[in-house]
Ligand binder design. Structure first.
Ligand code: 1HN
Length: 350
């Protein structure tokens, strides 16, 4: 709004004061804060040391059980938006610990979730009664409204990164949740049955009585062994994308679309010694370092990367990734799935 003469401003302020109790307020005082020429997220670029977070999580493990907590998770809160259980404006991230012998009881909700395994082998998420037994850097999904419980029959702690669309669902208020009376869902299939089928580009023959998974979103386990092999093959044969490195997106085999209704995920490999060219996109992204070390430059912020570092790149911040003396392998998830549905997504290569 343009600068106004004092007497006009005074009369306007008096008018605002009168209308305020009636829940009315002038647009022209806030228009420029609402409609900005380009994204100005409140979330900031930030990195977490896995070892440091792990230490606090293990101490929490001494003090509260998974069952008492329902989910024993430390939330990774973006320092720019503390108190909102959010890592970006639209996404949530947390580190969840399941100790040997523990069970996190069965529930379902409107929010959808992914798990990306940070350490441990042999614990599982059961989705509608089918276990996905997990290994480091596996990706496991919990699409919305599907029953899920977690358990750890192994003899080592299991820690994974939870990625959820909590702030997105909160925006719409459209949230429901339900708990199963029993702690765990009755088993409905052998562990890995869905992966063996849909993960091999197969599905039960149309109309088959064996069809059990939702047809639109059947697959929920993307093992490290599979995606790492594919990424390695790509790195060995494809031309390097100078802005992304070698990058592969996880897809829903039913339609080729993103893995969840609101969340997209991908992996990328930046070859040793390479720095990617600057790029920005509207989907604020949470990254996990799987292999290698180096640096992420995000606008003015520089974050040192080591295996299992977690960092967040907010909406429209310029990212450059520098791989040190080994290939840098990253997992990332974002709200690109939501933004593409809402026709908001944009990216720019600089
Ligand atoms: C949830 O259901 C899980 O199932 C983890 O493991 C984190 C954060 C907020 C709301 C629901 C889980 C969650 C959550």
């Amino acid at each position: 709004m343009t600068q106004l003469p004092n007497d006009q401003r005074q009369q306007l302020e008096a008018l605002y004061d009168e209308m305020d109790p009636k829940a009315l307020t002038p647009l022209w005082e806030v228009l420029h804060a609402l409609v900005k020429p380009e994204p100005k997220p409140e979330a900031i670029a930030h990195g977490w040391s896995y070892d440091e977070a792990r230490d606090y999580l293990m101490r929490a493990g001494d003090l509260i059980s998974a069952e008492q907590a329902e989910r024993r998770v430390l939330i990774l809160e973006n320092p720019g938006i503390r108190g909102q259980s959010a890592i970006t404006g639209s996404l949530y991230a947390g580190l969840q610990l399941i100790l040997p012998g523990e069970i996190a009881p069965c529930h379902r909700h409107s929010q959808c979730a992914l798990r990306f395994v940070m350490e441990g082998s042999g614990a599982y998420t059961a989705l509608d009664g089918e276990k996905a037994v997990m290994n480091p850097f596996d990706l496991v999904l919990t699409p919305n409204w599907q029953w899920h419980d977690h358990g750890n029959p192994s003899d080592e702690p299991m820690i994974w990164l939870d990625g959820l669309d909590i702030p997105t669902v909160r925006l719409f208020d459209a949230t429901f949740a339900d708990r199963l009376d029993d702690k765990v869902h009755p088993e409905t299939a052998h562990p890995g049955a869905t992966l063996a089928t849909y993960g091999s580009n197969l599905r039960p023959l149309d109309g088959s009585t064996a069809a059990r998974r939702p047809t639109q979103r059947p697959l929920f386990h993307y093992p490290y062994a599979q995606w790492r092999k594919a990424l390695g093959e790509m790195a060995a044969s494809a031309t390097l994308d100078p802005h992304l490195g070698h990058a592969l997106e996880f897809t829903n085999p039913a339609d080729g679309g993103p893995i969840l209704a609101t969340i997209s995920a991908h992996v990328r490999l930046v070859p040793a010694g390479i720095t990617t060219l600057p790029r920005r996109a509207t989907d604020g992204t949470v990254f996990v370092v799987c292999e290698g070390s180096g640096r992420a430059r995000i606008g003015e912020t520089s974050i040192e990367l080591a295996p299992r570092s977690i960092f967040v790149v907010p909406c429209w911040q310029i990212l450059e990734l520098e791989a040190a003396d080994k290939d840098l392998v990253l997992f990332g998830y974002s709200d690109k799935a939501s933004q593409q549905k809402l026709e908001l997504y944009q990216e720019e290569r600089l």
